[in-house]
Design a protein around this ligand. Structure first.
Ligand code: BES
Ligand code: MN
Ligand code: ZN
Length: 496
């Protein structure tokens, strides 16, 4: 779909416009109304359109009008407009346009405005929302005969095409990062495993990202036995992917983002039940967010230093797989008793987190992981769990999360919970209290054992990485949850 921006002009062809609850129309729509016997005002009366959010009104114009098809969408309360709401209005265009093949559409929404927002930014966010919501994954489907389900092109009217294009360029880079995240999550696990995950990401070099890959030998030398132990039952080799984006000042310590990348989680010898096991192809979502975020930041030339690390393994049962009861020594020197091979994400992150803080001395470190089923029980598919050793960091992340509607809910960590992961024969065990009590916190306590004094947060995204129902900016499937919130957090607090 080709998206362009043109200067506001008289309307023709197929048009989508809108109105808020004040029912003020675009000037060009008013002109159209006057030229055509008040057909638009009449339609409002007949069809009960009050500009409320979610309402729409389709008007077929008379044969002699330049406009053939006019659709109005409700903006809702203009005083309550936020960047997020504007993006959602743009996303709403998808349902109108998806089946409208053929002639181009013009989007005429220059009456969408509210104090504090630049016009160009508003129009650019409409296009951004459309882009995010229009993504789909069709790699393995036969091309349909009527493949051309979208209009030929989409043109947004704006008072300032140049400024709008400039704003959209950055948002497009964001969308491309989010699409990479969604693609990696959606790909099946016979296609995406540690080596192929890395292959997909290698061309990020062309954006100026430094790409480094540690193979099993490299990790053995470093003593990463916690991570390696998870992959030892799989035919697929494990990898540690390290991405660096250094575009901030030389003396700025980097922000570190670390992701769990279990490309398929069978549970290992502590094997999972068969039902819905396919969903465990999404167990690399944390890693996918890391690479999507790096792509987005580099794509818009963010003035910041960020390091992204992904621990990539496949968790399989086999004759060489690790057993419940095994003890491994992590890179930090901590020994771990493995009581359940299905609690593998924390083992992968233990070494990835330790390596990252040891090597890069970040000023803040955030990890993302589809870590526990218990967080889905607690928060469902609406919010991700947030665990942190630092109130200021937790607050900033929560605020950024709210701004982009990728919500976080803070969960507890404490000394008392930490006692639950003490082991009888090693320094720690990879399970918490009996019966799975507070098991999301137990997992977080485990991660914290591998974090020193750096401000750190763990986002448990098990419930939000993949959604079974449509979200405002994503159809059901891989949401890309995490990219927008972390980009917002970095842009707000760390970019120079
Ligand atoms: N990858 C799973 C967690 C998960 C569950 C992600 C549902 C997405 C949706 C994780 O590795 C896991 O198996 N966790 C276990 C830990 C338990 C054995 C302590 C769990 O939460 O059941
Ligand atoms: Mn597991
Ligand atoms: Zn897992």
């Amino acid at each position: 779909m080709n998206i362009t921006f043109t200067k506001v002009a008289p309307l023709s062809g197929r048009v989508i416009t809108g109105a808020g609850q004040d029912m003020a129309l675009c000037e060009s729509v008013n002109e159209l109304n006057a030229k055509n016997n008040q057909i638009i005002s009449q339609a409002f009366k007949n069809r009960d359109f009050q500009g409320k959010s979610g309402q729409c009104c389709c008007i077929h114009m008379p044969a002699n009008s330049d406009v053939t098809f006019l659709n109005l969408v409700g903006y809702g309360d203009l005083d309550a407009l936020t960047e997020q709401k504007i993006t959602e209005i743009g996303a709403g265009l998808v349902s109108f346009l998806k089946t409208k093949a053929g002639d181009p559409f013009t989007i005429c929404m220059e009456n969408l405005n509210t104090p504090g927002f630049a016009h160009a930014d508003i129009i650019a966010h409409l296009a951004y929302g459309f882009l995010l919501k229009s993504w789909s994954f069709d790699t393995y489907k036969k091309p349909k005969e009527d493949a051309h389900i979208w209009p030929k092109s989409l043109t947004f009217m704006t008072h300032d095409p140049l400024a709008t294009e400039a704003a959209f360029k950055n948002l497009k880079a964001m969308a491309e990062g989010i699409f990479l995240t969604r693609e990696l999550i959606t790909e099946p696990c016979n296609v995406i495993y540690p080596e192929t995950f890395v292959d997909r990401v290698k061309d990020l070099k062309s954006l100026g990202i430094k790409v480094e890959v540690l193979d099993e030998k490299d990790m053995q030398k470093l003593g990463m036995n916690a991570l390696l132990g998870v992959g030892v039952g799989s035919e697929k080799e494990s990898r540690l992917l390290v991405l660096e984006w250094n575009n901030g000042s030389k003396d700025q310590a980097p922000i570190a983002i670390v992701g769990k990348g279990v490309t398929f989680d069978t549970g290992g010898i502590s094997i999972k039940p068969a039902a819905n096991m396919d969903e465990m192809k999404t167990d690399m979502s944390g890693a996918a967010v890391v690479v999507g975020l790096m792509k987005a930041l580099a794509g818009r030339g963010a003035k910041v230093n960020v390091v992204g690390v992904a621990g990539l393994v496949e968790n399989m049962p086999s004759g060489s797989a690790q057993r419940p009861g095994d003890v491994v020594k992590a890179m930090s020197g901590t020994t771990i008793e493995i009581l359940n091979t299905d609690a593998e994400g924390r083992l992968v992150l233990a070494d990835a987190l330790w390596y990252t803080q040891d090597k890069y001395k970040p000023q803040a470190m955030v990890n993302l992981a589809t870590l526990t089923g218990a967080i889905v029980i607690a928060l469902g598919h609406e919010q991700a769990g947030l665990f942190s050793n630092n109130d200021d960091l937790a607050e900033k992340l929560t605020k950024s999360a709210k701004a982009v509607d990728e919500l976080l809910w803070r969960m507890p960590l404490s000394e008392a919970y930490d006692r639950d992961i003490d082991s009888d024969i090693a320094d720690i065990k990879n399970l918490g209290a009996p019966g799975g009590a507070a098991s999301s916190t137990a997992a977080a306590q485990f991660l914290q054992r591998f974090v020193n004094n750096v401000p750190w947060a763990h986002l448990d995204i098990a419930g939000v990485a993949w959604t079974k129902k449509d979200r405002p900016l994503a159809s059901r499937g891989a949401s890309g949850f995490g990219v927008r919130l972390l980009e917002k957090w970095i842009r707000t607090h760390y970019e120079s």
